[in-house]
Design a protein around this ligand. Structure first.
Ligand SMILES: [Mg+2]
Length: 711
């Protein structure tokens, strides 16, 4: 035995004292004897017949070494667990063939029928007689096996929890790469397997979180607290759909406190979120009509007051009470009543701008919050529309019903500066409307009611006046630089028995808001064209007529056909017609505006930019649109002979128009100095009190006849 080990390569003994030689075989003998485990030499036969067995055999197998030598009582093959014998033999045989060491783990059965796991290591060697034998060492590894198995079992259990958890579980790096993810997380995020998720998902700021700032917030919380608790975010799934999640996570640190990864769990809380949203909706919206309820109304009203205060706008709060609701509800039943409320809600909503709010206060009461009105006139038009909308017949149970509404209006800031006061005063005004015979609106203050009444009366009178053609046309002459009359601008005039002379700046806005502008324009143009066709009959003389078109008319492509028809009807050569437009037509859909202007141009008329110098006065409009004439506004002409600033602007406009080959007209010319200055600068045509005030058609016709057109 000792020789074998002495011959083992790499083993040597330090000789510390040369005078006292150490006996290596004794040292080895002690070692082998005292080792936990058993050293052996055996034959390469079927029973592993033992030639040498160390003392550790007894401890390992329960058998004394002597019982094994030469298989006196039993062989090692018999001690080897029957199920492992074939495997052990084949592994050892393989090692011998390959001429290398072997190491094999297997079970043995001890003298007391106990099963033990052993590790056998060894190799084939040639003995002193030149025969092949096996030498090796067998040790008990049962405890180590058990410990490893326990670890494997534990890991299996944890893996099971990880893989089958209903919550998503993850580990990520700080820069957002996944180190681990379980199936639940993969499924939640729309991946087939965790491997797919780990391979695909990175750049979490942008790809995972709907709000990219969430990832930064996650990192900040982690840095500050080392964890996040119930961290809620909306995230993108792989297919582009979104869900809400809640994360609980912490930083995993190494032994030295170094960062290793983030680790945590993820829960899908989409359902809870949508339930919350639903509850919120129920708390803020009326279930029947879908309109904001009293709650949300108060909120919106507070906001609207704040905004109106900041921007110095009017804010109107309107209380609406339906006039026939109780009757319909009682006689047709609740279902019909509900259908009525739903329909009224729909009509109210449709009539408003998006900035406005319509809420259901309860029962048949609605409330409007109208924002950003800078004049009472536009509120009045809106309320008229509301009355008209609600007043249209509503079909219930196969029959048409007429439902009116009484409206009470309180204005911020005149009728109250806080929401409670405004609501109270709108309510008071609503009762006044009821008392006044229903289906009307009342303001809280009398002054407002007076203005509103007058306006409504004016509107009614205007309808009648248009129908009866009571509007007349005045003509203001226009001359060239030699003061020869070349035409006139037609101006609408309205004299009423009730209101006296109503100036255009009062009736034109009402006409524009109520849609009366179209019939009014038709009336004025018809009269103006008819008159102009009579002046043009004089041979050798061709006077043009200029008419004004409201920007509102440019909302409709039909304008071209409408003008063409009126010119044709009057039998007037189109080159005698000038259409005056203002810059505000360019503020809307400029594609449509250009189409309409080109259409008008093709009729053969001239296009005039009126009031130039008051609005945006953009050079680009003049370049882009087919305009023939630029009319310098009166406000620029006033004082032109006295103030250098005004003179400079006029000079610039005139020279600009000349270089663009546009005719320049000055209006509001009141004295000779202005005329001379403008003439000197190159202005082509002149209009104003210096030449003549607007005059009735007959007076203008006489002027043409008497003076031959010289002023
Ligand atoms: Mg004009």
């Amino acid at each position: 035995m000792s020789e074998i080990l002495v011959n083992t390569p790499g083993m040597f003994f330090a000789n510390a004292n040369a005078t006292l030689p150490i006996d290596p075989s004794r040292v080895l003998d002690t070692l082998v004897t005292n080792l936990d485990g058993m050293a052996y030499r055996c034959r390469l036969d079927a029973q592993w017949t033992m030639l040498f067995v160390s003392r550790g055999c007894l401890e390992l197998t329960g058998y004394a070494p002597a019982t094994l030598i030469d298989n006196q009582q039993l062989s090692w093959d018999e001690i080897t667990h029957p199920d492992d014998r074939v495997r052990v033999r084949s592994m050892i045989a393989e090692a011998i063939n390959a001429n290398r060491r072997f190491a094999v783990e297997y079970r043995i059965l001890t003298a007391v029928h106990e099963e033990k796991w052993v590790l056998e290591r060894g190799m084939a060697v040639t003995d002193e007689q030149g025969e092949q034998v096996l030498e090796g060492f067998i040790e008990d590894i049962s405890e180590r096996r058990q410990a490893l198995e326990a670890v494997a079992q534990a890991e299996l259990r944890y893996r099971h929890i990880f893989e089958h958890a209903s919550e998503g579980i993850f580990q990520t790096t700080q820069d957002g790469h996944y180190l681990a993810a379980n199936q639940a997380l993969a499924s939640m995020y729309g991946y087939e397997t965790p491997a797919e998720l780990i391979a695909d998902l990175a750049e979490l700021d942008r790809r995972l979180y709907v709000d990219p700032a969430q990832r930064e917030k996650f990192r900040r919380l982690m840095a500050m607290q080392g964890k996040v608790v119930n961290f809620e975010s909306e995230i993108n799934r792989r297919d582009g759909s979104t869900i809400w999640i809640s994360e609980n996570a912490h930083s995993v640190l190494g032994l030295q406190g170094e960062f290793i990864c983030y680790e945590g769990t993820v829960q899908d809380i989409t359902e809870r979120k949508s339930y919350q949203a639903q509850l919120e909706h129920q708390a803020n919206y009326d279930l029947l009509t879908g309109l904001p309820n009293r709650n949300l109304l108060n909120d919106r009203l507070e906001q609207a007051i704040f905004q109106a205060a900041r921007r110095s706008y009017f804010l109107a709060l309107v209380f609406i009470d339906l006039d026939n609701f109780k009757f319909i509800n009682d006689s047709l039943g609740h279902d019909a009543g509900d259908a009525l409320l739903i329909e009224v809600a729909r009509r109210l909503r449709r009539g408003l701008r998006t900035a406005d709010t319509v809420a259901r206060q309860g029962g048949d009461e609605f409330v409007l919050v109208l924002n950003d009105h800078y004049q009472v006139a536009s509120i009045i038009s809106l309320l008229e529309r509301v009355l008209e909308e609600v007043g249209r017949p509503i079909t219930l149970m196969g029959r048409d019903w007429q439902v009116g509404a009484s409206l009470g209006v309180a204005l911020y800031p005149t009728d109250g500066e806080d929401s409670q006061t405004l609501l109270k005063h709108a309510d008071v005004a609503m009762y006044a409307a009821k008392a006044r015979g229903r289906n009307n609106f009342q303001f809280f203050t009398q002054e407002m009611n007076r203005i509103s009444d007058e306006r409504l009366q004016l509107e009614a009178a205007m309808r009648l006046a248009i129908e009866r053609e009571e509007f007349s046309v005045a003509f203001q002459p226009k001359v060239d630089h030699q003061r020869r009359i070349i035409g006139a601008e037609a101006l609408a005039r309205w004299h009423t028995a009730d209101f006296g002379m109503v100036p255009p700046d009062r009736f034109i806005p009402i006409a524009e808001e109520t849609g009366l502008i179209l019939p009014l324009t038709e009336l004025i143009l018809r009269k103006a064209f008819a008159a102009a066709s009579r002046w043009s009959q004089a041979p050798g003389q061709a006077f043009s007529v200029a008419v004004n078109l409201s920007p509102k008319l440019f909302l409709d492509y039909k304008l071209v056909g409408f003008i063409a028809e009126l010119i044709r009807e009057a039998g007037l050569p189109p080159d005698r017609v000038e259409l005056e437009i203002t810059e505000s037509i360019f503020l809307g859909d400029s594609g449509r505006t250009l189409d309409i202007l080109n259409g008008l141009k093709r009729l053969g008329v001239s296009l005039v930019m009126d009031d130039f110098g008051t609005g945006y006065s953009s050079l680009s409009y003049i370049r882009r649109f087919p305009l023939d004439v630029i009319k310098i506004d009166k406000s620029l002409v006033t004082g032109i002979e006295l103030e250098e600033d005004g003179a400079m602007i006029a000079r610039a406009i005139i020279s600009m128009c000349q270089s663009l080959r546009k005719t320049v007209v000055a209006e509001g010319v009141e004295n000779q100095a202005q005329f001379d200055f403008l003439h000197y600068q190159g202005c082509d045509e002149f209009q104003g009190y210096l030449i003549a005030k607007p005059m009735p058609e007959q007076v203008f016709a006489d002027l043409l006849a008497d003076s031959g057109g010289q002023m």
